[in-house]
Design a protein around this ligand. Sequence first.
Ligand code: DX5
Ligand code: ZN
Length: 212
Amino acid sequence: MQVAPSLLSCDFADIKNEIKTVNSADMLHLDVMDGHFVPNISIGIPVVQSIRKATDMVLDCHLMISDPEKYVPQFAKAGADIITFHVEATENCGKLIDTITELGVKPSLSIKPNTPAEAVFPYLDKLYMVLVMTVEPGFGGQKMITDCLEKVKVIKAEIARRGLDTIVQADGGINDETLAMTVESGVDVAVLGSAVFAQSDRNSYIEKIQRM
Ligand code: DX5
Ligand code: ZN
């Protein structure tokens, strides 16, 4: 399984060194929150820009924002490699996926816990990745809503049925307690925030999960 550490749980004052402690991961997960789509505010475009200068790792930007179409070009310019937006945040998913692709970035679509798996089906063939939220977006350190892993299975089955190569990511509440069931769901990429940054040897922990 691939691993994407979420920097939401890092020490932002020491971000360059924090990134080095997780550089064996497959991508860096950057949680962007606007205080409107979710009840919390995190990082934005200037921070993504600085992180781009600090590392060659794949930058996976998870936009938990309203009106994502307004900001996608700026996140692309800031250096995002993957841009995830929420199906609940826009009426024009298909168009925005095309825009992201045209900007040379990999498009990804996310669903919140109460959104059915089928909401991403019309777009699967255009997507690099689907992000299944396993907590309500907004905060790190929450307990996983384990039922959401069923949606991973449904989406993986539809991808296989259509012979696509879209990958599936799960985000929220993945830790030692929930890792086995996360692997069992067949998910391709696991996002871990608090569980990774609580480790004394984060890279070894990441490598252990990559072998699962
Ligand atoms: C939540 C964010 C997650 C969060 C995960 O809204 O999208 O990426 O950082 O943190 P943990 O792994 O602590 O649940
Ligand atoms: Zn996230």
